[in-house]
Design a protein around this ligand. Structure first.
Ligand SMILES: [Zn+2]
Length: 314
């Protein structure tokens, strides 16, 4: 069932709503809560969750007789609905970042009311997942992020079968994120980062869609899931495993490398060209042997810009 999580009025136009899907057997709280589009230009997550809602609605309608949804799933595909329309990361009216407005309040400004409504709807779920992307200039491998994880979260993280799990401590600085608000509640919380902002990367989205179905199957939320076992290894990376290359010179960076590939130390990953003369002015090589987890996609570089990130296997 699709309903409105929050209905709001706007000063000089029609009101607008934040829609959500509630799918599966009725219960006091959802077993799984899935959120995307806290940032309006992060389209991969919006696409993945809208497709997943369509799939689970089809399961409910009996189109997949071998599958049965036994617990309730809440899906909010696009929290920043206006940002998605206008292709902006922040809330268009006041440029505020919704993921810095948690836990929010009922009487506050619009983004605080949005944060409050999203938190109320999701905080009691057994599993909570918030999907993001990197910026529009940088592409990241589809990855699961754990923040100060419990043993249970570490175990569940592997059920997605994504190539990379990144572990971080919970930031003492950014305490106004949704993840921070989720963490005080029982249950398990995850962030996914998928590709880059401003576009739909079909390969990444399909991989994450499969990861979601695998997770729903293994947690027993969706019965009857049979996915072919992927031979891809799941690697867990901590902060210290990341090695970055920054531009030593300004120029045009071009690479045909794909994220998610294992690279050798010293392997060529791309070139920086003189933007007008066209000559190669710097060869960009892998700083260590490891997994290419992030690469710059905007070609125009300033000195000091991040170009690639390689994570070394523990
Ligand atoms: Zn984001």
């Amino acid at each position: 069932m699709m309903r409105n999580l929050l209905c709001m009025t706007a000063p000089v136009r029609d009101g607008f709503d934040i829609p959500c899907h509630e799918i599966g057997p009725k219960s006091s709280h959802p077993a799984v809560a899935l959120v995307a589009g806290l940032h309006g230009d992060e389209i991969n997550g919006v696409f993945i969750l809208s497709r997943l809602a369509d799939f689970l609605n089809s399961v409910e309608a009996g189109k997949y007789p071998e599958l049965r949804l036994v617990k309730r799933v809440l899906i909010i595909p696009a929290v920043n609905v206006l940002g998605v329309n206008l292709r902006t990361r922040t809330w268009p009216f006041d440029k505020s970042d919704i993921n810095r407005m948690f836990p929010g309040s009922t009487g506050g400004e619009t983004t605080q009311r949005i944060a409050y409504a999203v938190l109320e709807a999701t905080k009691r779920a057994e599993y909570r997942i918030d999907i993001h992307t990197a910026s529009a200039d940088f592409e990241e491998i589809p990855q699961l992020r754990l923040y100060g994880p419990s043993a249970a979260e570490r175990t569940t993280a592997r059920m997605f079968g994504l190539q990379a799990i990144m572990e971080r401590s919970l930031s003492p600085v950014f305490t106004t994120t949704m993840m921070h608000s989720w963490k005080v509640w029982p249950g398990e919380s995850f962030v996914m980062r998928v590709g880059q902002a401003g576009t739909v990367q079909l390969g990444h989205c399909q991989r994450v869609f499969r990861a979601m179905v695998s997770f729903l199957g293994q947690t027993g939320v969706l019965e009857g899931v049979q996915l072919a076992v992927e031979d891809e290894e799941v690697c867990c990376f901590d902060k210290e495993s990341a090695f970055r290359v920054f531009a030593e010179k300004a120029g045009t960076f071009v690479s045909d490398c794909q994220v998610g590939r294992w690279v050798r130390a010293g392997q060529e990953l791309g070139y920086i060209y003189d933007s007008f003369g066209g000559a190669v002015i710097e060869k960009v090589v892998a700083p260590v042997a490891g997994l290419l987890t992030g690469i710059r996609r905007h070609p125009l570089l300033f000195e000091g810009d991040l170009i690639v990130r390689v994570n070394r296997k523990a």
